[in-house]
Write a new protein. Structure first.
Length: 122
């Protein structure tokens, strides 16, 4: 049977370079390829890419006027420590925190919501 693995996650944005740098810094990856409209970050065996989209509009979560477009959950054993690390490299903490004892919602520099969360097994 053919094997399947997660290869990459692509994030739309207005300016790929700072978004890619954010994800590289947060996840301990490296920018492996860069062009004017596309930047690829290698994180182990997975890639996170930032792709320029003309007329990009950031998500407006939680109000839903502009869909969140993607949602990533990042596993941690220290919610506040992980959130502080994310904020130190450019994330913003979302105003709404539905379950702050289990996960914290943050926004990347392009406005995509993501969570640092407890309870995702290795």
């Amino acid at each position: 049977m053919a094997s399947i693995r997660l290869g990459s996650i692509s994030l739309d944005c207005d300016d790929p370079a700072p978004l890619a740098r954010f994800w590289a810094d947060l996840l301990g990856g490296e920018v492996a390829f860069s062009s004017e409209g596309f930047v690829a970050v290698r994180v182990g065996a997975t890639w996170v890419t930032a792709v320029h989209v003309d007329g990009y509009t950031a998500p407006t979560w939680p109000d839903g006027a502009v869909a969140k477009q993607i949602h990533l959950d990042l596993a941690t054993d220290d919610l506040e420590g992980a959130a502080a690390r994310a904020e130190a490299v450019g994330a913003a903490r979302a105003d709404l925190q539905p379950a702050p004892d289990r996960y914290l919602v943050l926004l990347d520099p392009a406005g995509h919501p993501f969570c640092v969360t407890l309870g995702i097994p290795d």
